[in-house]
Design a protein around this ligand. Structure first.
Ligand SMILES: *Cc1c(COP(=O)(O)O)cnc(C)c1O
Length: 495
């Protein structure tokens, strides 16, 4: 059997075992870690059918984590996918308005980030033990709203770790902000940035690349890692729910084992949909992976033209977790599509940072045929929320609504009749104000009254995790500019 390890998308740096790659977060040369090959599933889909989420997740993840023992990985999975989720199925598939929705928002922070960020702390603590790391690991994270809370919740109180989250003050929903600034746990830190998500993400990448800071950290017994989807420890757990979705559709009789399905993925940083691509390469019968963007349509334009162009204004939409112009994980796809050519990826990434754009060569573009893309405006997403509610009494969140809207347009245009599964990435309660507006209901109330009103109209209970926020005190008030981020980190770590 061919050796399995992780290597950088930029071709440099050292080979790493999974545990090392998870601890580091980012590769030594500034690239992202990718597996040396995408492993095949070592069990048939038929044999996965009778298993529950944990069993399926084990078999999907094990080939990516060969340095974890069976007992280690099982313990990680048991810790993550249990009572932290409000439904026993973890990620249920539901059919509404003739459409299949994979609900990925039943975790502690009500967004799909929980699917990976409940597991990552276990994978990381196990990795630290395995690698004999005696440093305190500082999880540095930029968030467009959902990652931050999920990382805080996942790492709060985990010994040997500290988590620092930067969020754009103008770019998150009221509930998202409230979730973060009320976070408990002495090892948690939350800082608002005067800027947008790209500022926060760019600042964090610079801090990671700062050699001087790294050596000051080292002298004081710290090292950085990341809970962003640049960390392979975020990506691998996400592959599992594509299999889980598919097998549920089989069990419900919506498809037969072996039939292809289209996955429609509301996309920002390209982590979620990339996991779907990995699932396909592992052997899952996936037709098209449909990348759904909001008005920040950089990715949709990229798939249409082969040109990635970030030189545009970042718009604030009602799907803030997709308000991104630089999608980090696209680099992993480019690596695969260029025939694993680290030099080619380095050139494109250099061009992106120098000129704000790049064009991929025709041969690379030809390797992107598994993907299609589209975009939807706030108006279209709002109309979709209203339509599905009228038709099926089902309330989608604005991110899911972007995916639904893109799918409706796509299937009409291409006469696609393959069944689709829409990834439903957040609870509508996280975005109650925009959801109520889309439904044409009054929104004059304060935030927590809105939650109750949404509950009355949708016939679903207000999630406990949000209800509890009303009584929690604000614990984090720090804010800074992009230029002050490094200083803020140093102040937290050594005063
Ligand atoms: C993060 C997020 C997305 C985008 O996922 P990526 O992996 O960044 O593409 C979509 N919807 C919601 C609700 C999210 O939190």
């Amino acid at each position: 059997m061919q050796e399995f390890y992780y290597q950088s998308t930029r071709g440099g740096g050292k080979r790493a075992a999974a545990a090392e790659a998870i601890i580091s977060g980012i590769a030594g040369d500034g690239g992202l870690y990718v597996p040396s090959r995408i492993p095949k599933l070592d069990i048939t889909l038929e044999d996965l059918l009778p298993l529950d989420y944990r069993g399926r997740a084990y078999h999907v993840m094990k080939p990516f984590l060969p340095d974890y023992t069976e007992a280690e990985l099982t313990a990680c999975i048991q810790g993550a996918y249990g009572e932290k989720f409000s439904v026993p199925g973890i990620a249920p598939l539901t059919k509404r308005a003739g459409t299949l929705f994979l609900e990925l928002f039943h975790g502690p922070t009500l967004a799909f980030k929980d699917m990976a960020l409940t597991l990552l702390p276990y994978l990381l603590s196990t990795a630290l033990r395995k690698e004999g790391v005696d440093r305190e690991v500082v999880i540095l994270t930029a968030t467009s709203g959902d990652t931050g809370k999920a990382a805080l919740e996942g790492f709060a109180g985990i010994p040997g770790t500290r988590v620092i989250v930067f969020y754009p003050e103008q770019g998150v929903s009221a509930m998202q902000k409230r979730q973060m600034v009320t976070q408990e746990g002495d090892n948690t830190h939350v800082i608002g940035i005067e800027g947008n998500f790209d500022d926060a993400q760019g600042g964090v990448k610079e801090i990671f690349a700062d050699a001087g800071l790294a050596s000051r950290m080292d002298r004081r017994g710290y090292r950085f890692s990341s809970a962003n989807s640049i960390n392979v420890g975020r990506l691998i757990p996400q592959v599992a729910y594509y299999f889980h979705a598919y097998l549920q559709a089989c069990a419900a009789g919506d498809i037969s084992l072996g039939d292809p399905v289209v996955f429609v993925v509301p996309t920002g940083n390209f982590g979620n949909i990339l996991a779907g691509f990995y699932a396909k390469m592992m052997g899952l019968p996936v037709g098209t992976l449909l990348c759904a963007a909001n008005e920040n349509r950089v990715l949709a334009d990229f798939f249409a033209t082969g040109v990635y162009d970030r030189r545009r204004e970042l718009l604030t939409t009602m799907s803030p977790s997709m308000d991104i112009l630089v999608s980090s994980n696209l680099e992993r796809l480019l690596y695969q599509a260029s025939g694993r050519d680290g030099e080619a990826v380095t050139r494109l990434m250099d061009e992106l940072s120098r000129e704000g754009r790049y064009r991929i060569p025709p041969l690379t573009a030809a390797n992107l045929k598994d993907f299609a893309a589209g975009h939807a405006s706030d108006e279209e997403a709002g109309a979709a929320i209203l339509r599905v509610f009228r038709e099926a009494g089902y309330v989608m969140d604005p991110h899911t609504a972007v995916a639904y809207s893109v799918w409706q347009k796509y299937r009409k245009e291409w006469r696609e009749d393959t069944p689709a599964i829409i990834l439903s990435t957040a609870s509508p309660y996280k975005f109650a104000r925009d959801v109520m507006t889309s439904l044409g209901l009054p929104t004059g109330e304060e935030d927590f009254t809105l939650l109750k009103n949404l509950s009355t109209c949708s016939g679903t209970p207000v999630p406990e995790a949000l209800k509890a926020l009303e009584k929690l005190p604000v614990r984090h008030r720090a804010r800074c500019t992009r230029g002050e981020m490094r200083e803020a980190v140093e102040r937290i770590l050594w005063g």
